[in-house]
Design a protein around this ligand. Structure first.
Ligand code: AMP
Ligand code: MG
Ligand code: MG
Length: 350
């Protein structure tokens, strides 16, 4: 389907390329030699899998889309990429979808791709395999407009016969696919945060959210999966450390959650309180309306810094998300309002 808009062809390629990268990540683990290198220290690692997966993703995408700007996490020497690392596939299910009108005219040279070839490297080296993801985010005009997350070891606890790996993707205005959206039941605040990059600011901020429960897991991609599958209500990381390649794909998927109707509804009703109230009153006549209302009006997620300000993903931005990461499916304002002054003081928005 070469007639599809370039952004749909790019997402379709990114899907196949992320699957190939996931297979590389599994293969390196099974080889038994991870080839670990410390980047800035013992908590900032790179393995052979990070290197090969990035080579595969960047070379495959730039061969098919030579005018793209691609920004990958790993600094690698410029060398020929072996043909065995090139992926030419494009996910047919994505080519079949119709592109949201606002993206259909985008040009290849206007798109920026943020690549984290292996998110959760520390956990990968420690055998916490379901924390690992491959992240490919696509940005236009500074905004995350599509994201692909491959989870190479999904199902690994199910033993030898289990089929490993899955790929999730999303585009605001089109929807999010490859998983079943679930929310944390009731109003429980389950906060997910780092397990390997904690400090006093991080723990003070988590405590200030008055969580009912805290889970500490590795990876930015993995924490977004916790959110969309109903295992966490907020991802709270009040520290520099996460970079744009950690958050671009997750942010796009969070915005895409809820799909076409949600996007249409939000666009149509922005600022139209009267419509909201009318629907709300009508709704209140229906039994269980509270629950219907909650799920109807709260369908899109958010990812910001600790001040509630959005990050930008233009090609020339600073890579570091210096003012932390706060991501939610709903009630974002509550979590922003709980951030302590000491955190706001220490982490200035860009
Ligand atoms: P975590 O939640 O600690 O698993 O971190 C999520 C992502 O941010 C991973 O890609 C980490 O490598 C990165 N990250 C967070 N904090 C740091 C840090 N202090 N140094 C290096 N990378 C970090
Ligand atoms: Mg990462
Ligand atoms: Mg990484």
């Amino acid at each position: 389907m070469s007639g599809s808009p370039v952004v749909m062809r790019l997402v379709a390629s990114a899907y196949s390329v992320a699957e190939k990268a996931g297979a590389i990540v599994r293969k390196v683990l099974h080889s038994g030699d991870l080839g670990i290198v410390e980047k800035t220290g013992a908590n900032d690692l790179q393995t052979l899998a990070d290197r090969l997966a990035q080579q595969s993703i960047c070379a495959s995408l730039s061969r098919r889309f030579p005018k793209l700007t691609i920004i990958g996490e790993e600094e690698l020497p410029a060398e020929e990429t072996g043909e065995d690392l090139i992926e030419n596939g494009q996910a047919e299910e994505i080519l079949q979808k119709s592109c949201p009108a606002e993206y259909s005219g985008l040009k290849e040279e206007e798109l920026v791709v943020w690549v984290d070839p292996l998110d959760g490297t520390k956990e990968y080296t420690e055998g916490l395999l379901d924390n690992v993801t491959v992240l490919i985010g696509i940005a236009y005009g500074g905004k995350a407009i599509a994201g692909v997350i491959n989870q190479p070891f999904y199902n690994y606890q199910h033993g030898a016969g289990a089929v490993l790996g899955r790929t999730m993707w999303g585009m605001p205005g089109l929807g999010a696919f490859g998983f079943q959206l679930q929310e944390v039941p009731g109003d429980r605040r389950i906060v997910t945060t780092t397990r390997s990059h904690s400090n006093k600011l991080v723990t003070d901020c988590v405590d200030a959210m008055e969580p009912h429960e805290v889970t500490r897991v590795g990876g930015a991609g993995n924490k977004i999966i916790q959110l969309v599958e109903g295992r966490a209500s907020a991802y709270v990381f009040a520290s520099p450390g996460c970079k744009k390649w950690d958050t671009c794909a997750p942010e796009a998927i969070l915005h895409a959650v809820g799909g076409k109707n949600c996007h249409f509804f939000k666009q149509t009703c922005t600022g139209t309180l009267a419509v909201y109230l009318t629907v709300r009153v009508y709704w209140s006549l229906i039994p269980f309306s509270k629950y219907l209302t909650i799920s109807f009006f709260s369908c899109a997620g958010k990812l910001t810094d600790m001040h509630g300000n959005a990050y930008r993903y233009d090609a020339n931005v600073k890579h570091m998300n210096s003012a932390g990461v706060l991501a939610t499916l709903r009630n974002h304002e509550y979590y922003v309002s709980r951030v302590p002054p000491s955190v706001l003081q220490a982490l200035k928005s860009d």
